[in-house]
Design a protein around this ligand. Structure first.
Ligand SMILES: Nc1nc2c(ncn2[C@@H]2O[C@H](COP(=O)(O)OP(=O)(O)OP(=O)(O)O)[C@@H](O)[C@H]2O)c(=O)[nH]1
Ligand SMILES: [Mg+2]
Length: 325
């Protein structure tokens, strides 16, 4: 049994930078048990004053575009500056198979061996809702554990891009040369969310097509309305495997952070993200409540009345919430 005193112990060891304690705390936030949820909230509240100081970076791109390879290369650069790096990989399969993170660990081999790196897959969905729920909390935990840069790898599936965009300071899209937008599966709306695009695999025979892709990406970005931050998204040629252009991407990210901190957008964006977190928590709460058994029996009763023509669904909804409150 976990107790409150364990929470104090966990707090201390996370603050001291112990990675296995951090991993345990992440597992606790992922638990759907009410009792775990309360403990986890208690821990998070204690850690909250020590969170927020990291640079949160989201990385997206179709499967195979080189996100993990890029993270391996970028991570080296960042730890060479004496910083600590946390990598959260949003992994739709990890809940069931724990499969693809193994692949990722080998792709991030050097990084995973470093003392200053924490790598963790996050299940993309659970009883508690989508990606956002755990990942936002995991970000806070990592920050309180002293991680300076948080890299979040998302799969280009479902809602995950929008979810991740809503919890990071900087959003990077990896694209490949030699394939049209359709082929790359770039979903509508993604271009509007990015702060930079890295055309990856710009090496060997791909260099020419990568240059073309860069021109195309710049053209597409040029057509967009200016963003709220005033930032114009940058496009960089990169080879994550050969480690060319990775430092340029890092420079773009740092420049972005400097400019946005100076003009106030950084904090404004974080405040908006907190508001969004509250909205999602409220929706989540209602969904979880709705799934409880007593709700379904109340619903069944109302459905009968609706079927008989005694009640309108809108009326039933009002009565439903009036009764269960
Ligand atoms: N030529 C070349 N190959 C690369 C480059 N970056 C990654 N690759 C290769 O592309 C393949 C996929 O790379 P990953 O880093 O696993 O791609 P990913 O986007 O993380 O893939 P998922 O996690 O499955 O979505 C691997 O075989 C890499 O070695 C690059 O810059 N140049
Ligand atoms: Mg990957």
């Amino acid at each position: 049994m976990r107790t409150s005193s364990n929470i104090s112990g966990l707090f201390e060891s996370i603050r001291a930078g112990d990675r296995s304690s951090l991993a345990r705390a992440v597992t606790l936030t992922e638990s759907a048990l009410d009792s775990d949820r309360r403990l986890s909230e208690k821990l998070l509240k204690k850690l909250l004053p020590y969170s927020g100081q990291s640079l949160r970076i989201g990385i997206t791109g179709v499967p195979g575009s080189g996100k993990s390879t890029f993270i391996e290369a970028l991570g080296q650069l960042v730890i060479a500056e004496g910083k600590k790096v946390a990598v959260l990989a949003i992994d739709p399969s990890s809940q069931k198979t724990k499969g693809s993170i193994l692949g990722d660990k080998t792709r991030m081999e050097r990084l995973s061996r470093s003392e200053n790196v924490f790598i963790r897959p996050t299940p993309s969905g659970s009883a508690l809702g989508g990606v956002s729920f755990h990942t936002r909390e995991t970000i806070l935990l990592c920050e309180a554990a002293g991680y300076d840069v948080i890299l979040i790898e998302t799969m280009g599936v479902g809602q995950s891009e929008t979810d991740v965009r809503a919890m990071v300071d900087f959003f990077l899209l990896l694209m490949l040369g030699g394939a049209g937008d359709e082929l790359q599966g770039i979903k509508k709306g993604i271009m509007e969310m990015v702060d930079a695009i890295a055309i990856n695999k710009a090496d060997g025979d791909n260099i020419k097509s990568s240059q073309q892709a860069k021109a195309d990406a710049l053209g597409a970005l040029h057509l967009q309305a200016p963003s709220a931050s005033g930032w114009t998204p940058k496009v960089v040629l990169m080879s994550a495997r050969e480690n060319t252009g990775v430092a340029d991407v890092w420079k773009v990210i740092q420049t972005y952070a400097d400019v946005m901190r100076a003009n106030g957008f950084f904090e404004k964006n974080r405040a908006e993200q907190k508001e969004q977190w509250l909205e999602e928590s409220l929706q989540n709460y209602i969904r979880t409540e709705m799934d409880k058994p007593r709700m379904s029996s109340a619903k069944k009763k109302l459905l009968k009345e609706i079927a008989k023509g005694n009640m309108l669904p809108s009326e039933a909804a009002r009565e439903f919430w009036g009764k269960v409150r």
